[in-house]
Each structure stands twice: as structure tokens, then as C-alpha cells.
Design a protein around this ligand. Structure first.
Ligand code: TGC
Ligand code: FAD
Length: 389
């Protein structure tokens, strides 16, 4: 008992919390991450490259559209999907982002707001990874406040003409289809824009210093003619894209705990091996304080995530609870990365030790899918009934 060690999974008590199918998802995603993604992530990150050629392997595991039913999707529960996001982000936030956007934003939008013909046409191909999607809500002048969007669509005979710009769009340059949100005379509507439609282009955002192993770009729509059959018929108003975001924010909240866990595990290993003043630094009380604080926050956040996942599975998770989870987990993950990095001293900034990469990525997770401040205000609105945006 005296010197028995417990790892983070044991501290959380995962095995008592997960059902058999959830443990299987954890094991299969962990394996592909270890065998296929981890060996290349340092080089990919430096090169600013996403491992596009491995997408079929993600699809084979049922990770694309994982939590959707039918149309070739795996129909996983929310907790299984959360665990998958957690394991992916143990490697890199960009890897989880790819799956999040394909699953929770692009496919979810079609699954929830699309016609039967749209679902039949796109979802099986997207689940197989043969068609990639992106989600265009943010614009150069409208991020936190998408209600002000300038992208607009005008009716033209049997179809629409779409013009405007979207910015900071994950998967933009690799997407075959973009879910584009645009203002119309009837209010905000969603469109499936295909990449070969004249007037549509995706542009790379150069010089990114975060999420370097993820594809991020801008969308340009210059009089793109989109047929009526590409409009999402069930999407009316801003609440449609915001409903997609609930789903995606849940995946981010689970994912960032994977990054936090990776950082903590690296810091523990390093502290046990690194000797200063004649003993491993792990034997120093101030180092143990760092590790204990990080572990405590990750354990608490994991337990909250499990509870909220069960509520989500029961259809009872309120958007304010999703805001609370996203905000809390992104905060503690960023703090975990910073404090873990310090445990490694100078080595903490070296790519081979991974933590600095996680820290840089986690800055993006703090901002995207609703900034920390926006979620603070969403919780505040839920508590007080007063919107302070
Ligand atoms: P507000 O008046 O509050 O709401 C308008 C309508 O929407 C409804 N609604 C929601 N519905 C479902 N889920 C939610 N979370 C909802 N929040 C609001 C609301 O009931 C209302 O419906 P109705 O029927 O009355 O019309 O809207 P607002 O303009 O005041 O804005 C509220 C605010 C600030 C919370 C919202 O604009 C917001 O969430 N802003 C943040 C924008 C954001 O998160 N953008 C993310 C872009 S996508 C992204 O970052 C992907 S990263 C991908 C990756 O790589 O992983
Ligand atoms: P702004 O809204 O201009 O905010 C700037 C600052 O002001 C923030 O700190 C913000 O919290 C603060 N602020 C704004 N309003 C208030 C307020 N009312 N009260 C207090 N503070 C406020 N978008 C997509 O649509 N699709 C994607 O796939 C996508 N992927 C992304 C990938 C990455 C790597 C990144 C970094 C972003 C991505 N985004 C995507 C965009 C992201 O959602 C936005 O960056 C985010 O919503 C914030 O918008 P903004 O950058 O315009 O910042």
C-alpha cells in the first residue's frame, strides 16, 4: 500500500463507469492512435500537415458520424463518442477536430436538418470518409455574434445565389461539401455547397501557430448557384447552427481532457526520471503539488463529463450544461498543459515531449466552438435570466 502507484484512469475509476461497448471503443481508438497517428504527429505538426491518408482508417472504426443513427453511421452513445474524442486528442487536438467537424457539425447538420434525399446522398459517403465536410458559420467580421452574418443567399428561379466569406473553417481546403449558413429574406438558412460549384473557393490561412496538424481555411462564395435541393429544408433561423454546436461542444469538452491527460502522463514520467539535487524531481513536494493539482482537476472534469454524457444520452442535457462543460474542461486542460510543461523545464518546449504542442492547440479550443467568455455569459444567462452578451 505504502508506495502503490495509481494512474489517472484508476484515480478516475473509469473501469467502473464504462460499459463494455464503451471500453471497446476506448481500446480500438487507443490502438489506432498509438500505432498510426502518434509516430507521425511531431513531423506532421512541424510540417503543418493533417494525416489525410489515414481518414479511411478512422472511418473503418466508425468514428465518422459515430454518434448518428442509420445511413452507415455507427450509432454510438454519447459517452462512447466522448471516449473516442478523448483518445484522439491524447494524440493531437487537430485529429479530434477533424472528427468533430465531420461528425458533429457537417454530418449532424445533414442528419438533423436535411431531406431524406440529402441524407441518402451524403451521409453514407461521409461515414466512409469518401466525402469530407466542413461547417461555415464564422465570418471575418462575425465570430462570437453569428447573428450578424453578412453571407447572404437570394432566391433565383428554382435555386439560390450565395455570396459572402467564412473564416477560420476547419477542414475547409479538404472538404468536398461545405455546410454554409447564410442570411435570406426569410431568415438564416443552411446550404450544402459542393466544392466544384462555380464561384466557390477555399483558401488556406497561413502561418498558424496552433492546430498546425489540422486544416484551417477561409471559404469564398462569389455568386455561387446552389439548387433548392441543396438547402437544408428543416433548418430555420440561428437555432439550427447553434443546435449543431451543442453536439460539437460536447466532443470538444471530452477531447481536451485527453490532451490534459497526455500532458500529465508525460509530466509524471519525466518527473520520475529527471534527477536534480541528487533525487528524482518527483520526490520534491512542489513537483508533487503540480501533479496532484492537475490530476484532481482532470478527475473532477472526467466525472462531470460522464454525468453529462448520461444526461445527453437521455436527451436531458441543457445547452447551458454543455457550455459549462466546454468552458470548464477547456480551462482546466489549458492549465494542465501549462503546469505540465513547467515540470519539464527547458525540455517542456521541445517538440519530442509533445506538451508544448498540446498547449498551443488548447489555446484554439479555448476560443473555438464559443469562446470561454461566451460560455461564461451563457451560464450567467441561465443562472440569472439576463443575457449579458
Ligand atoms: P439567441 O437569441 O440566444 O438564440 C437564437 C435562437 O437560437 C436558440 N439557441 C440555441 N438553440 C440550440 N442550442 C443552443 N446552444 C442555442 N443557443 C441559442 C435560441 O433559443 C433562439 O431560438 P428562437 O427559437 O428563439 O429563435 O442568439 P444570440 O444571437 O443572442 O446569440 C447567443 C450566443 C452568443 C450564445 C450565440 O450566438 C453563440 O453561441 N455564439 C458563439 C458562436 C460560436 O460558438 N461559433 C462557433 C463556430 S463553429 C466552430 O468554432 C467549430 S471549431 C471546430 C473544430 O475544429 O472542432
Ligand atoms: P470575436 O468574436 O471577435 O471575439 C474576440 C474576443 O472578444 C474574444 O475573447 C471574445 O470572447 C470576446 N468577446 C466577444 N463578444 C464578447 C462579449 N459579448 N462579451 C465579452 N467578451 C466578448 N468557425 C466555424 O464556423 N467553423 C469552423 O470549423 C471553425 N474552426 C475553427 C478552428 C480554429 C483553429 C479556430 C481558431 C477557430 C475556428 N472557428 C470556426 C472560429 C471560432 O468559432 C471563432 O474564432 C470563435 O467563435 C470566436 O470568434 P472570433 O474569432 O471572431 O472572435
Amino acid at each position: 500500500m505504502a508506495n502503490e502507484t495509481l494512474d489517472l484512469e484508476q484515480l478516475i475509476g473509469w473501469d467502473g463507469l464504462l460499459q463494455e461497448d464503451e471500453k471497446q471503443v476506448r481500446a480500438s481508438v487507443r490502438r489506432i492512435v498509438k500505432d498510426r497517428f502518434m509516430p507521425r504527429i511531431v513531423a506532421d505538426y512541424e510540417a503543418g500537415k493533417f494525416a489525410l491518408e489515414l481518414v479511411p482508417e478512422l472511418a473503418k472504426l466508425g468514428l465518422l458520424g459515430a454518434n448518428l443513427e442509420g445511413y452507415g453511421c455507427a450509432g454510438m452513445g454519447s459517452l462512447a463518442y466522448g471516449i473516442a474524442c478523448h483518445e484522439l486528442e491524447m494524440c493531437d487536438s487537430g485529429l479530434r477536430s477533424f472528427v468533430s467537424v465531420q461528425t458533429s457539425l457537417a454530418m449532424f447538420a445533414i442528419h438533423t436538418f436535411g431531406s431524406e434525399a440529402q441524407k441518402q446522398r451524403w451521409l453514407p459517403e461521409m461515414a466512409a470518409g469518401r466525402v469530407l465536410g466542413c461547417f461555415g458559420l464564422t465570418e471575418p467580421n462575425h465570430g462570437s455574434d453569428p447573428a450578424g452574418m453578412e453571407t447572404h443567399a437570394e432566391r433565383d428561379g428554382a435555386g439560390w445565389v450565395l455570396s459572402g466569406r467564412k473564416l477560420w473553417i476547419t477542414n475547409a481546403q479538404v472538404a468536398h461539401v461545405a455546410i454554409v449558413w447564410a442570411r435570406t429574406k426569410e431568415g438564416i438558412r443552411g446550404f450544402i455547397v459542393e466544392r466544384d460549384m462555380p464561384g466557390y473557393a477555399a483558401e488556406e490561412i497561413p502561418h498558424k501557430l496552433s492546430m498546425r496538424a489540422s486544416v484551417t481555411g477561409g471559404l469564398v462564395m462569389d455568386g455561387v448557384r446552389v439548387p433548392e435541393e441543396n438547402r437544408l429544408p428543416e433548418a430555420a433561423g440561428l437555432k439550427a447552427p447553434l443546435a449543431c454546436l451543442n453536439n460539437a461542444r460536447f466532443g470538444v469538452a471530452w477531447g481536451v481532457l485527453g490532451a490534459a491527460r497526455a500532458c500529465l502522463e508525460i509530466a509524471i514520467k519525466y518527473a520520475c526520471e529527471r534527477t536534480q539535487f541528487g533525487v528524482p524531481i518527483a520526490a520534491k513536494q512542489l513537483v508533487q503539488l503540480e501533479l496532484a493539482d492537475i490530476a484532481t482537476e482532470v478527475v473532477k472534469a472526467s466525472l462531470l463529463s460522464v454525468h453529462y454524457a448520461r444526461l445527453k444520452e437521455a436527451g436531458k442535457l441543457h445547452p447551458a450544461q454543455t457550455s459549462l462543460l466546454k468552458r470548464n474542461n477547456c480551462r482546466i486542460a489549458l492549465e494542465a498543459a501549462r503546469r505540465s510543461r513547467a515540470v519539464l523545464g527547458g525540455n517542456g518546449i521541445a517538440g519530442d515531449f509533445h506538451i508544448m504542442r498540446h498547449a498551443a492547440n488548447l489555446e484554439s479550443t479555448f476560443t473555438y466552438e464559443g469562446t470561454d467568455q461566451i460560455h461564461t455569459l451563457s451560464i450567467g444567462r441561465a443562472l440569472t435570466g439576463s443575457a449579458a452578451f
